[in-house]
Design a binder for this molecule. Structure first.
Ligand SMILES: CC(C)(COP(=O)(O)OP(=O)(O)OC[C@H]1O[C@@H](n2cnc3c(N)ncnc32)[C@H](O)[C@@H]1OP(=O)(O)O)[C@@H](O)C(=O)NCCC(=O)NCCS
Length: 152
């Protein structure tokens, strides 16, 4: 079953009360990533991922997102970059390829953008996508590794 990506944007709603209208009945391990009021951000951008109409994953994008210049040997990422700030698959849907499908679907939906992500303890996941990892000189314990899709 193909996944459906639904953008959740604040639009004209109040920045002091709007929360992305995810399906809050669906259980996630990191609920705290998703239920904040993102009032600090001018244009917050979330993606709800549906399979058969049911929510199976959530994504937060940061457009274009910031690159930490201290990381070694990172290729130049210009304004085409687009950061996957957070991605999470619903607890019940984990480990069955949904995360992989979500990232592939984002890449297909944004062919002119170069996605990147700082791994939040999911280094093996990003590596499994074939993305290249880059470390901060102070190491992975202090700084999350940066992952970028390899150029074809
Ligand atoms: C990371 C996450 C999004 C992956 O989604 P998923 O649907 O479970 O992953 P997939 O089934 O597509 O797995 C693809 C591969 O990544 C590996 N993988 C999945 N989660 C992983 C993790 N947390 N750490 C290391 N490897 C992981 C799988 O073992 C699989 O490897 P294989 O191809 O050798 O079998 C999901 O586990 C999740 O939501 N984790 C909690 C939140 C999180 O850590 N998000 C990442 C923030 S940067």
């Amino acid at each position: 079953m193909p996944l459906e990506l639904v953008d959740l944007r604040r639009g004209g709603a109040s920045r002091y009360s709007w929360v992305p209208p995810f399906d809050f009945e669906t259980a996630y391990e990191n609920e705290r990533w998703w239920d904040d009021v993102p009032y600090l951000f001018d244009d917050p951008w979330y993606v709800q991922v549906l399979e058969d109409g049911a929510e199976v994953a959530r994504v937060e994008l940061d457009d274009p997102g910031g690159i930490n210049p201290e990381y070694a040997n990172v290729p130049e990422l210009g304004p085409e970059r687009l950061e996957i700030q957070f991605i999470e698959v619903a607890t019940a849907a984990r480990g069955s390829g949904v995360g992989t499908q979500v990232v592939r679907a984002l890449q297909e939906r944004h062919p002119d953008r170069r996605l990147f992500a700082y791994s939040e303890e999911a280094h093996g996941f990003w590596a499994s996508l074939g993305w290249e990892g880059f470390d901060h000189p102070e190491g992975q314990l202090l700084h999350r590794p940066l992952f970028i899709p390899r150029r074809l």
